[in-house]
Unconditional design. Structure first.
Length: 364
């Protein structure tokens, strides 16, 4: 009996036993190790990511993962779903979720006894980025260097994947204050992205160089890098770039530098545009959106527009409350809100916010 006839016979048996569609699906899973409906859900989720329907994509991919878990399957396909969910969580600013997804993906790939696979390097790269977002720099460095080593040993020198690993390690070193190492890696990553003609990545890495300059207090150069990133991306993708998360991320960074320089009108315009993109693309409770709301509130406060700033702070803090592991950034928002309350003469409320901020910091 050939495989097709075997499947037909099993299907007939399932129906005769009254198992219905679910029973048939489970038999197919037991025979093949993968539910066909999971493949369809995965494909749909990836299509939704391509269309920037990130909220839909997350729900679709979670359903795919749930079905795999129901069938007690841990395959390379499961790891790929976890990778996609990890990247989505990173975009949303959910470091804890991203860490969990990437960690599980790398564990599955290691269980498959193929730790040298480039897919494992991708999991490790995502895991390292999540650790950077969480502020665990020491562990992030170890994981990102492992990912980079795997890619250096298995890929040609000008590959995009190598550029991604170098950019991730460069972001870590920027955050940790190792600026010389960061710039060297980011320059290498930029060269790789340009060689690969990946306009989105060129924009992202150029923006990262801007953040490096900003952290060094080189605000003029930072503004130049951010504007260069926006211009290059718009030139390469005139339509898609307008509503891209990459554009929103660059605008948020540009707005912060402009605020520090005192260019508050331009900062307000860029911050508001970023929030509009995030609101259209991300979940309503995304920490990435909360960060942008906190930044715009600070711009309003610097302009003396306290009544307009207050609801933004409240909304940002409420979003952080819904996302574990955001203690440091939430404490920052709480302190900012406390300063606004003090400026408004609401000293008792300001004190309460400062206590909450200190509690967040003391709890890690």
């Amino acid at each position: 009996m050939n495989s097709f006839k075997k499947k037909s016979a099993n299907k007939a048996m399932a129906l005769s036993l009254g198992l219905g569609a679910v029973g048939v699906a489970m038999i197919v899973v037991s025979m093949t190790g993968f539910d066909v409906s999971v493949a369809q859900l995965k494909a749909r989720g990836l299509g939704e990511i391509q269309r920037s329907e990130l909220g839909k994509a997350e729900k679709t991919l979670k359903e795919a993962l749930s079905r795999q878990e129901l069938a007690k399957q841990e395959s390379s396909e499961t790891a790929e779903i976890l990778l996609s969910l990890g990247r989505l969580a990173n975009d949303q600013g959910r470091a804890e979720d991203a860490y969990r997804y990437f960690d599980r993906a790398s564990q599955i790939q290691t269980k498959l006894m193929r730790p040298e696979l480039l897919a494992t390097a991708e999991s490790l790269n995502g895991l390292g980025e999540a650790l950077t977002l969480k502020g665990d720099y020491e562990k992030s460095e170890m994981v990102l260097q492992q990912s980079l080593s795997l890619r250096e040993n298995n890929l040609p020198a000008g590959s995009i994947e190598l550029a991604q690993s170098r950019a991730a390690l460069g972001r870590l070193y920027t955050a940790a204050g190792y600026f010389t190492q960061a710039e060297a890696l980011l320059r290498q990553a930029l060269k790789g992205a340009a060689t690969g003609k990946n306009s989105e990545m060129v924009a992202e890495v150029t923006s990262e160089i801007g953040t490096l300059y900003c952290n060094q207090g080189r605000y003029g150069e930072a503004v130049g890098a951010y504007k260069e990133a926006l211009s290059a991306f718009e030139k390469a993708s005139p339509v898609a770039s307008k509503k891209s998360l990459v554009r929103a991320n660059i605008l948020v960074n540009l707005a912060e530098v402009e605020r520090r320089q005192g260019s508050l009108k331009s900062a307000e315009r860029n911050g508001a545009e970023a929030i509009a993109i995030y609101a259209a693309k991300l979940d309503v409770n995304s920490p990435t959106l909360a960060n942008a709301l906190n930044n715009l509130a600070l711009i309003y406060r610097n302009q003396g527009r306290l009544q307009e700033a207050e609801p933004l702070y409240k909304r940002a803090i409420a979003i952080y409350d819904l996302n574990p592991g955001m203690n440091s950034v939430q404490a920052n928002a709480l302190r900012n809100y406390a300063e606004l309350l003090s400026a408004s003469g609401r000293t008792s409320e300001a004190y309460t916010m400062r206590v909450r901020a200190n509690d967040k910091l003391s709890s890690g």
